[in-house]
Each structure stands twice: as C-alpha cells, then as structure tokens.
Design a protein around this ligand. Sequence first.
Ligand SMILES: [Zn+2]
Length: 295
Amino acid sequence: MDTVKTNNSDKVISWNPSSITRIVSNRVYLGEMIYGKRSTNIAGNSSIIRHPQEEWKVIKNHHEAIVSEELFEQANKMLHGPKKRDTSKKKHVLVGKMICGGCGYALSFKPKASYCKYSRFECSRHSLLKIPECCTHFKADILEEIVLKRLNQELMIWGDSYQQAGNMEAHYESVLRSLKDELRDNKLEIENVQAAKKSLYESYALSDMTAEEYKEQSSSLTMQLESLQEKLGELQEKISVVEQEYDVKKEDMKKIIRYSHMEELTEEIVDTFIKKIYLYHDKSVEIEWMFGEKI
Ligand SMILES: [Zn+2]
C-alpha cells in the first residue's frame, strides 16, 4: 500500500479505506467552505454539540475547486451505492455441521465454479493427510436430499414413539402429583413433630416431667425432625428434576409437531435437529441428531 509523508512531521500516514472515504466525501475539494458542524455548549460546560448536515453553513466557491461537481457525485455514488453481493459464495445451510468421517476435520463447502459444475463438500485435509476414508467430494444437492429424507423418517419415528409412550404428559403429571402429595404429607409431619416438641417443653416447664424424661423424649423428637427434613430436601430435589425433564420432553414434542414434515432444509431446521453430519469416502452419510434420547 502506498504511503504519504506529511509536510510538517515525519509521521507516515497509510492509505486505508476510511482515509479514502474521508477524502472522497470531503466537499472542501469542491471549493466549498463548511462551518457550523459543531458548536460548544455555552451553558458552562464545554461539551461539544454535533449538528445535523442540514444545519451546516456552506459557502460555495470559497476557493478554487480541485474536483468537478460531476466527478464528486460519481465518486460518492460509488462509495455509498448498493454493494454488489456475490451470491455464488452464499453460505450453505449445512456449513458448520459437516465433518469428514475419515479424518474428523470439518468439510469445506465449495460453491459451483467454472471448473466444477456443482457445489460440493470436500475434505480440505485429504491432500495433506491422505487418509483413504476421507470424503474427497460430495455433491451438496444430493446431500441435502439425503438429509431431508432421513430427517423426515426420523421425525416419524420420534412422533410414533411419543404416541406409543402412551400419553407422555399424563405419565409426568401423575409422577409429579404423587411426589407433591408425598411432599405435602412430609410437611404436615414436620409441623406435627414441631408442635409435639413445643408441648413437650411446656409440660417440662410446668414440671409435669423429670429432666431425664424431657431430655429423652426431646432428643427422640429432634431425631425424627431431622430425618423428616432430610426427606423434605430429597423430595424437593426429585420434583425439580422431574419438572425439568418434563419441560425438555414438552419442548421436544412441540418441535416435532411443528416440523412434522419438511420440504426444504432451512438454517432454523438444521440448527433445531442436526448436531453433526459425517461424510465418508464410500459416500455413506451419518447424522448425529440433536435429540439424544428417544422415549
Ligand atoms: Zn478428511
């Protein structure tokens, strides 16, 4: 890149996109003098107020222009005009999920090009590692078809197993109900033991029993209470585990119902269902699904 040496110092300034943008859009080169871009707040503090372009003051023909209005407009149109998008390099929906089954490295996506009529995935490490099981190339459109077909099959299996599980919701509801019943009974027992402890102390205070008797009964109640409280903790823990598990199952089911049949792979679908896809040299495809376990 070319560099420019400024007159008044030895500092070297490099050309870069932002310095070029600044120069191309600077109206001073048109012979204009602009002021009123900023002002300082007079109300005591010295903060700077930036004014919108419509409020700037412009003096035309202030000095001799070094670029014509026409050239200036043209250059700025190029600078701010719509950017041309290279659609051939558009990210493939399966990029990021693809792994070479031979070497375990990510497969790279190669879009259609003049030297190859179809877009494809290929192992970028094969030329280096020469592992025979590496997937040297796999047509992207065939892969998409395979993945879509397998996904629809998989969804049918998931859907069936949910039905066969015989009303998953009813199952979780009943498990939770009995756990909560147990929890309620446990809490009642704790209250009872606490009340018993209190009345025991009252009897002792009223001298209805000896210190020995009190001590013995009190320690028995304390032990009972400790064991009940331990059970309370366990039950609460169990309920929260089952509730979390139930939430996950409900979410899974919602997804399955929502995508019961798919016509096309989208980024959202791929991210919802697919963890990784492994391609092998013999053109076999292995898909790792997001749903780890099935009911
Ligand atoms: Zn490989």
